[in-house]
Design a protein around this ligand. Sequence first.
Ligand code: C2O
Ligand code: CU
Length: 459
Amino acid sequence: MIDRRSFLGSAAACIAIPNAGHSASNLLRAAPGTQQIAPDRFDPTDLWVFDGAMPGRSLRARQGDRLSITVENALPDPTSVHWHGLRIDNAMDGVPGLTQEAIAPGDRFDYDFALPDAGTYWYHSHAQSVQQVERGLYGPLIVEEAEGAPDIDQDLTLMLDDIRLTETAQVSDDFGNFHDNSHAGRFGNVWLVNGQMEPKYAVQRGQRLRLRLISAANARVFQLGLSGMSGHLVALDGMPLSEPALIQDTFSLAPAQRADLIVDVTTDEAEAFLISFERDGGYAMASFPVSGAKQALRPPPAALPANPDFPIDLKSARTATLLMEGGAMGGMRSARLNGTQLDIRDLAQRGKFWAFNGTVGDMKAYGRDTPLIDVAQGESVRIGLANDTAFAHAMHLHGMHFSEVLADGSLGPLRDTLLMQRGETREIAFNAHNPGDWLFHCHILGHHASGMGTWLRVT
Ligand code: C2O
Ligand code: CU
């Protein structure tokens, strides 16, 4: 059932990416680099990376700490760093045109912020992200629980990606082409975990693992499953679930989403697997060679300790709606771009294919156009989202987590990125506890670049 063939050949490149947590230096350098991604008979792949590797250095800190990171831009293009999922000080959010100027080549920017929440987060370039994230400018950011950390034997961060390589194992430079941007986004042809094809992580039979899954993919929604390990989902997008949820089947991980699992190695076989059902009907993205004797089953894990709560009051909430339109096979005829109404043909010529509420999101316009909603700090907000397009979208709110308002009126788990299938209408709600101008956009990076972005203001 598990097909381990890969696009470029069968032998996985066995390189060790130092990904163990330490943040000794507070300089993070964005620069060109190379990495052996494809099997050894291919050349190393030219990338853009943080601190020499893709993923970049795993930043690890403890809940309640501050993180001070100076980003140095040694790239040929401007960049910025967004600390995805952190309920961060707005000035540190890393969005060029909204919260800072992009960092010019040769310049530095000092990021310094508090870490109120424990959980699994990540950092990535937020400038020309279709290109910069694809080239490798991303890394994990792990905030350990101040207290009440779960009892586990191994804590593994698995950063998933799919990269589009050419026949010579170089990153295909057709970034943001009109076909990708107007359809489902940029899909890769080589599947990576922590920057490697089919890496292996040694485990012991009976061990309890915390798997921190992070999707750094441009566009692909992974359909994941486990073989030889069983357990529970304990957090989504960094935020603990109030009750661990038994993993019974496959689960999806959209671009930018995270899932924390606590699983036990239960197999009698020699290997366990992380499988993606997006490919070949079941592809082992990573494997876990198993040793040791069979162990007794353990009781299920307890819930992770909750992060600070900002209660949502649905009754008094301010409301907004977001109509998502455009794209190939969509019905959009025209939309407003920087104050001018343009028909779909003129928009397409400018590389714009999508709109929210009739307005094409554009980096240059953020902060000048009117926000989706303008609320006072501490107010509750409800946003109804209608996906009137032929594609799925992964809607990400910066600065605050939201809950989905479920059909029975209850609130779903806290998230920062919501996968909206084509044609779906859903509603989210949040407590606007964090002041600032916050981006709200599709994390399918080509969709954002070609119009799927807006912002909201909390004062
Ligand atoms: Cu990870 Cu604006 O995004
Ligand atoms: Cu989208």
